[in-house]
Design a protein around this ligand. Structure first.
Ligand code: FES
Length: 198
């Protein structure tokens, strides 16, 4: 029986080491392929962003009945003409019915953003922070506020089919002469600034 040396024994147990070239089975992409991959990934990313942007703009940002969206105000709740306004805290507005017609007043003071409250005693809105005061129709009376209360665009549909919508000046909507009110929509996403203190 032939004898074996120590070196021959180790060679039988441990496989012969492969060269680096043998170990690399997958060929690296060529420069041209690499550029194709980068180009493809860029196009895919661009398309993804464009699709996300389209979906974002297509969906309404504000839901109906939440601030920033449209509120349905029940006609039965329209206050008496000249009476105390109705507050809708979730919409941050007051519905007032002064002599000129119906207005939806933004309930935030035009000075520094406090919340004026209706004073039944003085028949006006009074701001608790720095004392600005506003009439029932939101018109500035006194104090540091720079302008009258802002208003929200309102659309009223009447029994006879007439539809009235607040103009860009925020003028009140007269309620007479068209029969019963069918619906009142107040758009809290469409704030109208009064021209100064009118
Ligand atoms: S925040 Fe209303 S008067 Fe200043």
């Amino acid at each position: 029986m032939a004898s074996t040396t120590a070196g021959e024994t180790r060679a039988a147990v441990i496989p012969k080491q492969q060269s680096a070239a043998d170990r690399v089975q997958v060929a690296a992409p060529s420069r041209r392929e690499f550029l194709y991959y980068i180009w493809g990934a860029s196009i895919a990313l661009l398309l993804g962003q464009a699709t996300a942007g389209l979906v974002w703009f297509a969906l309404p940002i504000f839901k109906e009945g939440t601030f920033g969206g449209v509120f349905a105000f029940t006609p039965d709740k329209v206050p008496d003409q000249g009476g105390a306004p109705r507050s809708v805290p979730e919409g941050r507005f007051h519905v007032a019915y002064p002599d000129e017609g119906l207005v939806a007043l933004y309930g935030v003071c035009t000075h520094l953003g406090c919340l004026p409250k209706w004073s039944a005693t003085n028949n006006r809105f009074e701001c608790p922070c720095h004392g600005s005061k506003f009439e029932l129709n939101g018109k500035y009376l006194e104090g540091p506020a720079p302008r009258s209360l802002d208003r929200f665009r309102t659309t009223i549909t009447f029994e006879d089919g007439t539809v009235l919508t607040t103009n860009d000046s925020g003028d009140p909507l007269p309620l007479g002469g068209h029969g019963a009110i069918i619906s009142i929509q107040i758009d809290t996403g469409d704030k109208l600034k009064r021209d100064g203190k009118v």
